[in-house]
Every structure is written in structure tokens, then in C-alpha cells.
Design a binder for this molecule. Structure first.
Ligand code: SF4
Ligand code: SF4
Length: 479
């Protein structure tokens, strides 16, 4: 299955300065924060390496047809790294794996710094790369609507290497290898090794159903700091139904345990819909019982196969409730939390902190105080299985193709990317919002619902005091 990936930050350094006052992050801090913030869907996948095709076949019922052996879905995303502060002392945080724990600073290398100085544009710090769209599952909310089988036009290993060569001329990003199921690619270990060799940091999003001892050992051997695995329900019955394959819950749980045994960090991603919004606490507890390192909730973005789930999209008030739950729950959870594709979480943090008489400082809130909601096109982007570049996997607009133009040129020159970097262009209530520097709204949802990526986020219930216009987007969302 596909995943989400997103991110935020931007030339908003200036605006962040206004927002944070004396707490304005330094460039280094901001970079770290950006690197930490994962938004959008990303699957974390697993490498196959030179594993035999047979080894990669899904344990569940084999899919018919061609080409690729089955594979899991993944949800990339994540990053390693621990969660910010603001947690009661004594809560032991598990921070296993993760690029940062390996001393890696995405977008902090000499090429990135030179690029930023030369162009005034931030270098990409996280790139989600759909290295294949093939998948062994057919999840209802899949961004890519991925299915088992061969997809024509997928990037070759040479094309991937050429693009990595270009990317590292402007940055040293984390590259989330996603899908589809990235383990479906027999050359995944070559891709992983090449990223490392060139100074980028690969991580993988997977559904974990294919993880065997052999594959987990490969992951450790090839220095994958963390995988992310999508679990959307606390029970096998519900999860299997949602994922479209009987037995995949048990396989994913087993895969998680195997990865842990091999010392690979694990992040659980949960896409929140009306179907599971009241089960988030149970899923969190399952993640805690499994001893994983992070728990990231993803807010459904109705694109791809997920567009069929429009009715399962939470109404704005429910979004608010879930994000408020996340704010309070993470105070005592040992897991790293990261609400994703929900930029208004960063507005909610500030509102709730204020109600508690607190200021959102780095000391108190860690990197949550330093980052921004949507980073799509700002320090984050997505490369599709055929080489199309998008601000994120949900943002249904292709800004160029790496078979025709270097990645670095698209990143630098795309009008859409440059629009997203300029918060003054935001329209509607997002344009008038005092939180736009730390939130910005989901641009993919705005595009999907209104046809204009600069319009207001349709799933935010907040009405900025400076906003005097009609909240048409809200009315639309309620229809
Ligand atoms: S546009 Fe939406 S889905 Fe994409 S990165 Fe931003 S918040 Fe996430
Ligand atoms: S109005 Fe827009 S910028 Fe303000 S909190 Fe809501 S989504 Fe974010």
C-alpha cells in the first residue's frame, strides 16, 4: 500500500521568528526540526536485498499474476529520533534506531548549506520515494491504489542512481523508500547501499508481512535505522478487512517482532478514519506492548484509493478531538508521537499549551516547538514510481519528471514549490491565520477539495479572528 509523507517549514524562518519570539529556532535547530517532522504518508518498507524471490513472497494467500512477488505495504514516514520534551520526567522513551540516533543530520551537510546560500531555497531534507507501486495488499486508503503486479515505466536502478547523484549535489536527505511495497524490488539493497554511499540516509516503509529473519538481518546489515509499519486496527479481524487480506495483521505483528529482534527500529503508523477513531487508544497500547519506538497517527487524505473513503474522513471537529487526544496522550506515552498530515496539530499544541499556562518552548516541547505542520515542497517532496515529482504523495500534481529534468532543477524552479514556500500566498482563512507559520494547512486537501492548492485547509475547524470572509471551505466540508 502506499503511504503518506509530508512536511513543513519554509522560508518562514522570518515568520517563525515572529511566532516564536525569543524562542525563534536557530538554523541548526530548525533543520533538525524539519528533519524530525514527517508529514504525509510514507510507508516504511523493507529491503529485500538479494533475497530470492521466493523469500519475498507474502506469507498469506499468494496473489495471482505476474511479475513481482508479493510484498507488504508500507508506510514510510518516519523518522527516527525521539520525541520532544514536555514529558514528565521518569517516562522512559524508547528511541531505537532512526537516522538522527546515528548522528545523521538531513539537509545539514555542506552541499545543502551551499545550495541554500546560493539559491535562498532550503534543501530537501526528506524525500519519499515510491520505488515501486507493486504491492501484495490492496488497502482501502492507499494513496497509490497499489496492487500486486507489474507497473510499466517504473524507474530502473540506473535511473534511481542518476537521480541520487543529482540529489546529493544539493542535499543529504533522508530518503524514505516506499511503495507500493518497496520489498517488491529485487534491487532494493542496491538502492539502499547507493544512498548510503552517496551520503543520503535510506529508511523503509513496509507492511511488514514479508519480514523474515533473513530480511530483517539484511535490514540490519544494510544499516536501515528504522522501518515503519501500518497498523490501522487493534484486532486482526478489523485490520485484515480494512487491508483486504486475511492474515495480514498477524503477519505484520510477527514482522515487527522479527525486526525488533534484529535491532531494527520500528514505527507504527495508523491512518485515522471514522472507522477507527475510537480505537486509537487501543492501537497505541498495542504499539506500546510490542515495544516499538514510535507511534504516528496519519490523518486520511482523500486521494488515490483513499478518495473512495471520503465518507470515512473525520469531520473537522473529530480531527480536533483526535489531535487533542494526541497532545495529552504523548505526555505519558513512552512512544514518540507524530501526528502527520494534520498540520493544525501545531496550532492545537499552542492553544492547549496556552490554556495550561505554558509557552511552547523547545525546552518544554522539544522539536514540536521547532517544526511546522505541512512541509510539502518546503523541505519535503515525493518521487513517484515513474519519476514524477510532487510536493507529497497526496498532492495530486506532477511538477516535473526526473527522466526529463534533474531533480535539483525541479526543486529549484518549480512554480508550485516556490508558491508553497511563500506563506503570504495562502488564501482564505489560512491566509489570515495567525498560526500559518506553524501550520499552513494541508495543501493536498485544499487542492483535492477546491482545485486550488493555496486555498484554505478544508478540515480545520479554527476560525482565525482576523478572518472576515465566509468559511466556504468549512461549509463544503460539512456538506
Ligand atoms: S500537503 Fe497535506 S498530506 Fe501533503 S505533506 Fe502537507 S499536510 Fe501532509
Ligand atoms: S486556519 Fe489554516 S493555517 Fe490556521 S490553523 Fe487552520 S489549517 Fe492551520
Amino acid at each position: 500500500m502506499a503511504d503518506n509523507v509530508g512536511n513543513a517549514d519554509a522560508r518562514p524562518d522570518l515568520e517563525l521568528g515572529e511566532e516564536f519570539g525569543e524562542n525563534k529556532p536557530t538554523i541548526d535547530e530548525q533543520e533538525m526540526a524539519d528533519a524530525q517532522a514527517g508529514c504525509g504518508q510514507t510507508a516504511i518498507g523493507m529491503p529485500l536485498g538479494e533475497a530470492r524471490q521466493d523469500d519475498l513472497r507474502p506469507r498469506p494467500a499468494e496473489a495471482e499474476g505476474s511479475g513481482h512477488p508479493g510484498a507488504p505495504l508500507g508506510h514510510p514516514g518516519g523518522h527516527p529520533g525521539g520525541h520532544p520534551g514536555g514529558h514528565p520526567a521518569g517516562v522512559e522513551r524508547q528511541r531505537h534506531g532512526g537516522a538522527r540516533s546515528m548522528g545523521f543530520r538531513p539537509g545539514g551537510g555542506p552541499a545543502a548549506l551551499a545550495y541554500q546560500e546560493r539559491t535562498g531555497i532550503k534543501a530537501p531534507r526528506i524525500i519519499a520515494w515510491e520505488i515501486t507501486r507493486s504491492c501484495n495488499l490492496s488497502c482501502a486508503h492507499c494513496r497509490a491504489a497499489a496492487e500486486f503486479g507489474h507497473y510499466s515505466g517504473e524507474l530502473s536502478l540506473d535511473e534511481i542512481k542518476t537521480t541520487v547523484d543529482d540529489i546529493v549535489t544539493i542535499s543529504n536527505p533522508i530518503i524514505i523508500l516506499t511503495g507500493g511495497e518497496p520489498l517488491m524490488r529485487p534491487d532494493i539493497w542496491d538502492i539502499v547501499d547507493y544512498c548510503h554511499e552517496k551520503g543520503a540516509m535510506p529508511v523503509i516503509g513496509t507492511n511488514a508481512t514479508m519480514i523474515t529473519d533473513e530480511i530483517a538481518a539484511k535490514m540490519a546489515e544494510h544499516k536501515i535505522p528504522r522501518i515503519s509499519v501500518s497498523i490501522d486496527f487493534p484486532t486482526a479481524e478489523e485490520h485484515d478487512k480494512f487491508r483486504g487480506q486475511e492474515g495480514c495483521f498477524d503477519q505484520s505483528i510477527e514482522g515487527i517482532k522479527i525486526a525488533k529482534r534484529h535491532g531494527v527500529g520500528v514505527q507504527i503508523n495508523t491512518t485515522v478514519t471514522t472507522l477507527n477513531a475510537d480505537k486509537i487508544e487501543e492501537i497505541h497500547d498495542l504499539a506500546e506492548d510490542l515495544g516499538v519506538d514510535a507511534f504516528h497517527i496519519f490523518m486520511l487524505v482523500p486521494t488515490g484509493r483513499g478518495s473512495d473513503l471520503l465518507e470515512q474522513e473525520l469531520p473537522p471537529e473529530e480531527y480536533e478531538r483526535v489531535l487533542t487526544w494526541a497532545y495529552h496522550r504523548q505526555k505519558t506515552s513512552p512512544l514518540h508521537f507524530k501526528p502527520t498530515d494534520s498540520p493544525h496539530y501545531y496550532r492545537i499544541i499552542r492553544q492547549l499549551a496556552k490554556a495550561e499556562g505554558k509557552k511552547v518552548t523547545r525546552e518544554e516541547y522539544g522539536l514540536d516547538a521547532m517544526t511546522r505542520g505541512c512541509l510539502g515542497g518546503i523541505t519535503f517532496c515525493f518521487i513517484s514510481h515513474v519519476g514524477d515529482i510532487q510536493p507529497c504523495g497526496y498532492f495530486d500534481m506532477q511538477l516535473g519528471n526526473i527522466k526529463e529534468q534533474p531533480f535539483s532543477q525541479i526543486w529549484t524552479e518549480s512554480k508550485v514549490f516556490n508558491d508553497l514556500r511563500d506563506y503570504s500566498l495562502l488564501k482564505g482563512k489560512c491566509g489570515a491565520c495567525e498560526y500559518k507559520a506553524v501550520c499552513g494547512g494541508c495543501r493536498a486537501r485544499a487542492l483535492e477539495i477546491t482545485g486550488d492548492y493555496l486555498e484554505a485547509e478544508p478540515y480545520c475547524s479554527y476560525e482565525p479572528p482576523n478572518w472576515t470572509g465566509e468559511c466556504a471551505e468549512k461549509a463544503t466540508a460539512e456538506e
